[in-house]
Design a protein around this ligand. Sequence first.
Ligand SMILES: Cc1cc2nc3c(=O)[nH]c(=O)nc-3n(C[C@H](O)[C@H](O)[C@H](O)COP(=O)(O)OP(=O)(O)OC[C@H]3O[C@@H](n4cnc5c(N)ncnc54)[C@H](O)[C@@H]3O)c2cc1C
Ligand code: FES
Length: 419
Amino acid sequence: MPWTYLGAALLLLVIGLLGLNLLSALRRMREDAARRALDLARFQEELAILREKHRKVTLEPLPWNGFRKFVVSRKTAEGAAVCSFYLTPHDAKPLPAFKPGQYVTFRLPDTRPGGQIIRCYSLSDHPHQPHYRVTIKRAGAPAGAGTSLAGVCSGIFHDQIREGDILDLRAPLGNFTLEPADAEPVVLIGCGIGITPVFSMLATLMHQKSRRTIWFFHGVRSSREHLFKAELAAFARANPQVHLRTCYSQPGPDDRLGEDYQVAGRVTLELLQRELPSNNFRFYYCGPGAMMEELTGGLKQWGVPDTHLHFEAFGPLSVKRVSHVTAMPATPAATRPLVTFRKTGTAVPWDGTHETLLDLAEHLGIGIASGCRAGNCGTCVLAMQSGEVSYIQPPGSPPEARTCLTCIAQPKGDVVLDA
Ligand SMILES: Cc1cc2nc3c(=O)[nH]c(=O)nc-3n(C[C@H](O)[C@H](O)[C@H](O)COP(=O)(O)OP(=O)(O)OC[C@H]3O[C@@H](n4cnc5c(N)ncnc54)[C@H](O)[C@@H]3O)c2cc1C
Ligand code: FES
């Protein structure tokens, strides 16, 4: 008899264990299915973003190829160390429209023989004007360094470019654009000189008499850096759907809270969460790298989908110091792609120490001209004799076949470059 009880108990135990296993297997399957569904949703979202970017960079033809001559028709001071330049076509032919948020690329002669300086500047007005306008901040030297390290191109614009001068411009480009015909509410954020593309977006919506709800956050240190103050105030006064929040992080003694600015402090996620009625907006933002990283992470955590985050960095420093001029050993590690710079006869394994092929070339002391260092201006393009590259971010416009933009390129396998 006890054996019968024991047998029954064992049987129940086995059935119980099997049941538990079955339940936990079912739970795991449900969790796996949910995770897969989430991964798929994320993948589809990322695919949609990439498709959209690809569509923008491949389908839209440029209004002109190469460089076109423009006259500086007006130059105005906008505040501390910032000037606006108004540009009209030298050939007096019509001025092509652009999308608010796009930038133009300038080519200035360098003092070195045959040298040239290439830099990108966002268009800072709406596209229905008879001119293009760019607004340029003088890039000062790093703290403690001599003035010889001050920004080259912005210095030339401030000190040498005069009304009547003729400049070379590439056609407007860029994927950081607002679709003015959309009706979705938007949050526009511009910190420091990063206000230029988002001001263009706001000015476009105002010009089109858009009824779209717009929150505009402008982050600066004090009134000395407060760009487009009168225009912004006029837009907000005349349009109840425009909510303007100017944030001073270091207000001056004469700066008046409530009059000159609305918020003491920086533009942060906490500020957005405090001011906005919800997270249901499209966000467009431009400013210093640290602020953009902070906002992107914070907005994602707040539940804003990737598809609603649109941002642009003005690129890393255009000038980088060459840290070493001696080549790394030419022996390739067996499993690493081999990067060969044909003209200089240098071959090194790609070991992931450098972010891009341009960084690697500079590390080796191989001179490659660069401008934006963000895949926008095309200056760093190199012919590829063989191999393929991938890009760490989509190029502003796709380079020709068998060439690559080294400032955003990484080798996919062995690659031979014409440098
Ligand atoms: C898409 C896009 C849009 C842009 N829009 C705008 C805009 O609307 N307005 C605007 O003002 N800018 C804009 N920029 C930035 C602009 O293109 C330039 O990068 C900026 O003007 C600086 O260029 P520069 O030649 O004056 O400075 P660079 O000579 O390129 O130097 C950049 C910085 O590095 C420092 N530096 C130089 N040498 C050294 C060294 N050896 N060690 C350490 N530091 C050094 C300089 O002091 C300077 O601060 C935009 C950039 C991009 C990519
Ligand atoms: S430096 Fe401008 S595209 Fe590479």
